[in-house]
Structure formats: C-alpha cells, structure tokens
Design a protein around this ligand. Structure first.
Ligand SMILES: NCc1ccc(-c2ccccc2)nc1
Length: 239
C-alpha cells in the first residue's frame, strides 16, 4: 500500500518512519510519502491561507495550492482522507476497508480548515472521506493522520506478527475486549481470575465473552445498541 500525506508541517509526520510502521516500510508492505504543501504555492511568501469569505475568526487554507498538490500526489481513484472535527467518525471498520485499498492520500488541514471546494472537487476523481477521530478540536489534522495511518497499516497482512492479536482486537467483533492478565498469578494481593489458570478452554472462552459484554455494556452501551441483531447468543443474554 502507498500512503501519501500533504501537510505544512512535514516534520510532524516523522514518527511514521519509526517502529511498527518503520518495519512495515522496510519490508515493502507500505510506502509512505510526506509532502510539504508549500512546494505548490505560487508566491514568494508561499502563502497557504487567507481570510474566510463571510467574515469570522481565523484563516482558511486556500484551494489553489491544494489543487496543485493533489494533482501531483493523488493517483486517480485513490481515496483522499481529510481529518476534520466536522467529519464522520473514523472506525475500525473504516480502517479495515481502507487497508484493502492500493493507496491513501491524507490532506492535513490547519487554521480553520481547508476551503470546502477542495474536498468537493477531489470527489470527482475518487472517494473522499472527511473523518473525525474524536469530538475535540486539534491545531491541525497531522495527529489524526498519525492515528489513522497506524490503525490502517497494522491491519496490512504481515505487519503485525501475530495475526490473531489483530482479529481479537477491541471493536473487531463490535465489542470491547475484556481484561488481560499475565504472570505473576498474584500481585499486590490481587489474583488472576482462576478460570484463566484452569486450562478449561471452553470455560475461558465463555468467561472472556462475558467480560467483553460486561465491559461494553458498562463503558460503551452505544456499541451494544449498534450490534447486528444476531450478534448476541442466548448464552450472551444469559450472562
Ligand atoms: N477529530 C479530531 C480532529 C481532526 C482534525 C482537526 C483539525 C483542526 C484544525 C484544522 C484542521 C483539522 N481537529 C480535530
């Protein structure tokens, strides 16, 4: 998979070259390009923003540099992802879907955001996803891009050694994963739930499912409500 990021702070995306992503890149599983939007400006001051039409606070990112940048960086048909507080929620399902695509281009906004005509124009040449990673406002889209690139690339075949750990992630089955434990069996007076030491794999699976449902009901009732009708088994309902 090829991932390109356009930003006025390319150095902010340096972590993409580290650790999990770095190894994936070294192994050719993903190619990441980071591009400075200012290389597509047309004035001596390399201006990327201007005052908002209609008045109001702050500045808006001009469409022209973005148009030239996307002409140069985005292959036709490639999904353009625009992080924004006004976007639809980014989900594990989106990450899984995007991980099957040949490429992604991320447009990092700053200031009050990017002139809306850029996303509208870009939709003529491929899918555009204006997405939010949470209900809070950042100074720009770069942190959100780091989050989404990590969520997507860890799903690429071969990136995470233990495939099962991906399949048993929180949200993989629509529920939160339950608690995990490792040695020692007793720590500061707290014991690991005995069932996990029993060797009874059916009982362990039942216990884990019940814990997952309990935690989801307690912390994310919205996820329970969103489950497909046939998800909860009679055993689940009895738990
Ligand atoms: N959902 C998190 C998020 C994503 C992007 C931005 C943002 C802020 C300023 C300019 C452009 C994008 N803020 C929050």
């Amino acid at each position: 998979m090829r991932i390109d990021v356009v930003t006025i702070f390319p150095e902010y995306l340096a972590p993409l070259g580290q650790s999990l992503l770095g190894k994936a890149a070294e192994r050719g599983l993903v190619t990441i390009g980071v591009h400075d939007l200012r290389q597509w400006t047309d004035d001596v001051h390399r201006t990327v923003d201007d005052a908002p039409y209609g008045g109001g606070p702050g500045m808006v990112m001009r469409p022209e540099p973005w148009g030239r940048a996307l002409d140069a960086v985005r292959p036709p048909g490639t999904r353009l992802v625009v992080p924004t507080p006004a976007g639809q929620p980014f989900t594990q399902a989106m990450a899984a879907a995007w991980a099957t695509e040949p490429g992604l281009v991320f447009a990092c906004g700053r200031y009050e955001g990017i002139d809306q005509r850029v996303a509208d124009w870009a939709a003529d040449a491929g899918p555009v996803s204006e997405v939010s990673i949470g209900d809070y406002v950042l100074a720009g889209g770069e942190s959100a891009v780091l989050v989404m690139v990590e969520a997507v690339t860890r799903l690429l075949p071969g990136v995470v050694g233990n495939r099962e750990s991906v399949e048993y992630d929180s949200h993989a089955d629509g529920l939160l994963e339950g608690p995990s434990y490792t040695r020692p069996a007793s720590w500061r007076g707290r014991d690991v739930p005995p069932v996990l030491l029993s060797g009874d794999h059916a009982a362990i699976a039942r216990w884990r499912r019940a814990e997952s449902l309990r935690r989801t009901a307690a912390r994310r009732p919205d996820l329970l409500a969103a489950l497909p009708g046939d998800t909860l088994t009679p055993a689940d309902r009895a738990a």
